[in-house]
Design a protein around this ligand. Structure first.
Ligand code: ZN
Length: 433
């Protein structure tokens, strides 16, 4: 994962806390058929002879071919959980131990004013990381998705959006990076001040993303299916949510993955439904999904997720403030800098945050899985759909999104922000509202 993604990850970690979503399937980052009109091989697979699983377990049949694809895709994703992590560490170490980071800092001094020097350094650093990561990024982000029939974009269109994301990171990323170096320079307790300062910044990002950033990539509009809209608005009414906050998004523009999520804060708070889900789910299945998102909305999971993220950031930065100085003293000759408040130390901070966020995964994901279970229970209580309907919605996520419904317990424990689909299926099947 390119380092600009790590800066983005810290931002997003704050935002993801806000955008709790139903996409357990996304755990293995996959997608499915686009709208029925574009039924491809994948759709044909899923509609043919039932797969190996016992009839009792399966509510949405999957062909043997599709099952083979799911197994291959899940295996690849599990490998990539580790490969992606080590690629980040390798690229950051390369930038650090070759002295490239120090050289970029020196080049950036042409900007003269300190703030501009930092901004230029950040831009050079993010671009250098993007280029070093590019082959891995194209492989995982484009080629694999295309191989499994999920990619709906041409390479040029995908690259265009990717570079837009890069530009946004350089423009927005200067705020936390400037804050970080400001407090590192001013106080020994920089980790505490930065954690505190990241709360208003996180709120700013969560409020901003749905109305400023996301519309740069996709179109958000009121539900086109007026009958479905009426059903969801009356459900929202029943739940005490103002209906005007339910949108559909043309997510099939990029990928045929199925998803729905809740995001935003204050007036930008909203529930978003992917067009791919509208095209492939029945009205009752969508009601269940909406009930789930409304659960996140009403149980303030956005704020709770944010609190978890801030506690993680404070803990991670406190540990970094203890562990980084001896590392700098040890390798200052190679690094080309000898103080933490030297901008060239940024890749070293990214390495520590990457390792700590990897180690903290079971805690942050455990909190997230707890909130997901609460949202599933809320969805069963409010939507009034049967356990079988809810189970079908989950099974469809597995079939369409090639998501492993039964991951290895260690993988689920460490990496899954949602409970495994099989567990969610047995919960809704046995739940009595
Ligand atoms: Zn959710």
């Amino acid at each position: 994962m390119p380092a600009y993604k790590h800066i983005l990850t810290s931002l997003l970690l704050l935002t993801v806390a806000a955008a709790v979503c139903l996409d357990a399937a996304a755990e293995t980052t996959d997608s499915t058929l686009a709208a029925p009109s574009t039924l491809t091989g994948a759709a044909a697979d899923s509609l043919s002879a039932p797969a190996a699983e016992s009839a009792a377990d399966v509510v949405y049949p999957m062909s043997a071919e599709r099952r083979a694809k799911l197994i291959a895709y899940s295996k690849l994703n599990n490998i990539w959980r580790f490969a992606g992590f080590f690629i980040t560490l390798a690229v950051m170490s390369l930038i650090l131990f070759t002295g490239l980071s120090a050289r970029l800092r020196t080049w950036a001094r042409v900007a003269r004013r300190k703030f501009l020097v930092l901004w230029l350094f950040l831009a050079l650093f993010v671009i250098a990381d993007y280029l070093l990561n590019f082959p891995f990024h194209v492989y995982r982000g484009f080629l694999v998705e295309a191989k499994y029939g999920f990619m709906n974009q041409t390479f040029i269109a995908w690259l265009g959006e990717d570079l837009l994301g890069l530009a946004i990171t350089i423009v927005v990323g200067i705020i936390p990076v400037w804050l970080l170096y400001l407090v590192i320079e001013k106080t020994r307790r920089w980790w505490l001040w930065f954690s505190a300062a990241s709360i208003p910044f996180a709120v700013f990002v969560i409020v901003l993303v749905p109305v400023v950033i996301s519309p740069l990539f996709n179109k958000f509009e009121p539900l086109q299916d007026k009958q479905l809209e009426a059903e969801i608005l009356s459900l929202a009414d029943e739940a005490g949510i103002e209906g005007s906050h339910v949108f559909q998004v043309n997510a099939s523009k990029q990928s045929s993955k199925i998803n729905a999520y809740v995001t935003g804060l204050f007036s930008t708070r909203r529930i978003v439904l992917y067009d791919t889900m509208i095209d492939n789910f029945t009205g009752d299945e969508i009601k269940f999904v909406m009930g789930h998102e409304m659960g996140h909305y009403l149980m303030h999971h956005i704020w709770k997720g944010l609190a978890v993220a801030i506690i993680f950031i404070a803990g991670g930065l406190w540990l970094s403030s203890r562990l980084i100085p001896p590392v700098i003293r040890r390798f200052q000759g190679r690094f080309g800098f000898n103080r933490l408040d030297d901008f060239a130390s940024l890749p070293l901070i990214v390495i520590f945050l990457a390792i700590l966020s990897f180690l903290f995964n079971p805690i942050t994901n455990g909190c997230s899985r707890h909130m997901e279970r609460q949202a599933d229970r809320f969805a069963m209580d409010i939507s009034g759909v049967s356990g079988e309907t809810a189970a079908t919605a989950f099974d469809k996520l597995s079939v369409f999104n090639l998501s492993d419904p039964d991951p290895h317990p260690a993988i689920e424990f460490w990496f899954y922000s949602h409970p495994a689909l099989n567990k969610r299926i047995s919960f809704v099947r046995n739940y009595r509202p």
